[in-house]
Ligand binder design. Structure first.
Ligand SMILES: [Zn+2]
Ligand SMILES: [Zn+2]
Length: 369
């Protein structure tokens, strides 16, 4: 947990209206994604799958940069289809990256060169391509295209498994051919989320084969998120030691990622737990003459945390299910039964997913003021 500070404004409010569960203190209304860094790492918001007019997108690369900056992203990868382009623009895989890179100059936004490769039976993205125009990336034998991306030292991940345009039941069959690519680490990551799509089978595969978890927009049209505060595109959270392409590359290879899609975080316990704690500020005091603890929880992040109480303590003002709302302060009345100087709330955070069908469980320490 970040800190247990005296939050004087909230304390002043703790009078007659203590048990109205949520006091809205702040709703920033900003289009920028707000999530905390975690101990030892920067939390970088990244979209590793975007298209422009240079393949099948509808916007110029400069627009992708402007959108990313407005939405508070830290990095985007330009990933045009390497095998084909719109007929009306030049057949060059590097131009869109260069235009985006030039647009981002002077800003903190990291632009990564990449490409989307069609290989039987699905699509793969390769990041950090040294030469996106390498003819080998278009080899007539699709499997060799992935080998060419690996030869570039690129980070390769499997895109949108469960693509319904191709597989009507929403699941790409995991063939031996696929498994071999995962086993020999030709493919090092997988999109568990692509836009609004979520594939639990991909999460299972990621855990089985130790793949980096990715969630990207695969945006082709205009991003409207900047005009709709509270909404955001699906992004990969990268826990990087430094804000640079190299920092991102190290983190991807080390599987230091999680996914932020809608009101969900999907990722390993080791990253979701500190993200939860770093989002919060707590303070607590006993209501005079009682053993009921007022626990004031301020959530400074964009995520609503949907919590279930698994502690032996019951609540005075809520059922076992409660929400720690984004950019708000939630006050819980906890029936401690004694004036303990500290205690723990055992919680399950339903929308923080660590494995198929499994949510993050943790103990939230409460120290009384
Ligand atoms: Zn694709
Ligand atoms: Zn795509």
């Amino acid at each position: 947990m970040k800190k247990q500070t005296l939050f004087s404004v909230a304390i002043c409010l703790i009078t007659s209206n203590i048990f109205s569960q949520t006091v809205i203190l702040n709703n920033t209304g900003t289009p920028e994604i707000q999530l905390p860094d975690i101990p030892g790492y920067l939390t970088m918001k990244c979209d590793f799958h975007v298209h422009t007019v240079f393949s099948d997108g509808v916007v110029w690369p400069t627009v992708r940069v402007d959108e990313a900056l407005a939405e508070g992203l830290d990095a985007i990868a330009i990933t045009e289809h390497v095998e084909w382009h719109r007929v009306e623009v030049i057949d060059d895989n590097r131009i869109s990256y260069e235009i985006a890179r030039d647009r981002a100059e002077g800003s903190d936004l990291v632009i990564i060169p990449g490409g989307e490769i069609s290989a039987s039976p699905d699509h793969f993205n390769a990041l950090f391509l040294e030469d996106p125009n390498d003819r080998k990336l278009k080899d007539t034998i699709p499997a060799r295209r992935i080998a060419a991306a690996n030869a570039h030292g690129g980070f390769v991940f499997w895109n949108h498994p469960g693509w319904t345009a191709k597989y009507k039941n929403g699941n790409t069959p995991v063939t031996e051919e696929f498994k071999n690519l995962l086993r020999d680490e030709s493919v090092q990551g997988i999109e568990v989320c692509n836009g609004n799509g979520y594939w639990e089978g991909a999460l299972k595969l990621a855990l089985e084969y130790d793949l980096a978890l990715l969630g990207n927009s695969d945006i082709h049209g205009v991003s409207y998120n900047r005009f709709e505060p509270g909404k955001h595109r699906t992004v990969t959270l990268v826990f990087a030691k430094e804000k640079s392409a190299e920092g991102i590359r190290d983190a991807l290879l080390d599987k230091r990622t999680a996914i932020y899609q809608g009101d969900h975080l999907i990722g390993p316990v080791e990253f979701l737990k500190p993200l939860f704690f770093e989002s919060l500020e707590l303070e607590a005091t006993y209501r005079e003459g009682t053993t009921i603890a007022y626990v004031s929880i301020t959530n400074n992040s964009d995520i609503n945390f949907y919590c279930g109480n698994r502690s032996p303590f019951l609540f005075y003002n809520s059922t076992h299910f409660f929400t720690i709302k984004a950019h708000s302060t939630t006050i819980l009345g906890v029936k401690v039964n004694k004036n303990l100087p500290e205690f723990e709330l055992d919680l399950v955070i339903h929308n923080l997913v660590v494995a198929p069908g499994e949510s993050l469980e943790l103990s939230l320490p409460v120290i009384m003021d």
